[in-house]
Design a protein around this ligand. Structure first.
Ligand code: HQG
Length: 179
């Protein structure tokens, strides 16, 4: 079994369903490393060395260890209600959100909502947002007037792996743009 599939499994466990391997996350999203290795180990090979390699090489830097590597958590993307202590940060004037064309009608009505996750995910550059959109069929790109939103009182966070997060984006701050 390759590291990529184990990494996907870890993402499911640490963001959405820790119960699939019988573990739980603390209020800050941390899971016990030994428990995670044992839990995953019941269905596929999993060692500390593999875990360290996954954390180190993950393309989006999705996971972090605590200092002594006894705990591990996902940096963002959760649907379970944990507080990963995201720092509040002033956004650039414009951020981007990539989505599926099929969602556009609904988004123009309701704005961007977090759906199953805790936050709406925004990207600092078009290229990244486009890739996120491609996960949802025919992609569609929005410019988000994040500077104006901040002036109007919306709060933005930035995860340690560079994803911008906010609770919602009303439609008036969105503008469809070309790739
Ligand atoms: C859409 C990946 C209808 C929203 C990525 C999105 C990201 C609406 C979808 C991270 C809507 C939710 C998150 C509305 C929002 N009506 N649809 N009112 N408001 N939507 O997967 O942003 O590889 O939960 O546009 O790189 O696609 O997993 O969010 O299309 O950073 O690490 O509802 O996941 O990272 O989809 O992706 P998702 P997302 P990882």
């Amino acid at each position: 079994m390759d590291l990529k599939s184990t990494s996907k499994f870890i993402s499911l466990i640490l963001r959405h369903k820790p119960e699939v391997i019988g573990i739980s996350l603390d209020e800050h999203g941390w899971a016990d490393v030994d428990g995670l290795i044992r839990g995953i180990g019941r269905s596929r090979p999993c060692t500390m060395e593999m875990l360290e390699e996954i954390v180190r090489t993950d393309g989006k830097q999705r996971y972090s260890f605590n200092e002594d590597k006894t705990l591990i958590r996902a940096n963002q993307g959760h649907s379970v209600p944990v507080d990963v202590e995201l720092p509040v940060m002033s956004p650039p004037e414009i951020l981007y959100h990539g989505t599926g064309k099929k969602y556009v009608d609904s988004i123009e009505q309701k704005g961007l909502i977090p759906k199953s996750r805790l936050y709406v995910h925004l990207s600092g550059d078009k290229e990244t947002a486009w890739k996120v959109g491609q996960r949802h069929g025919v992609p569609f790109l929005y410019e988000v007037m994040s500077g104006r939103m901040e002036k109007d009182g919306f709060v933005f966070y930035r995860s340690v792996n560079g994803v911008w997060l906010t609770k919602s984006v009303p439609a008036k701050y969105l503008k469809g743009v070309e790739k």
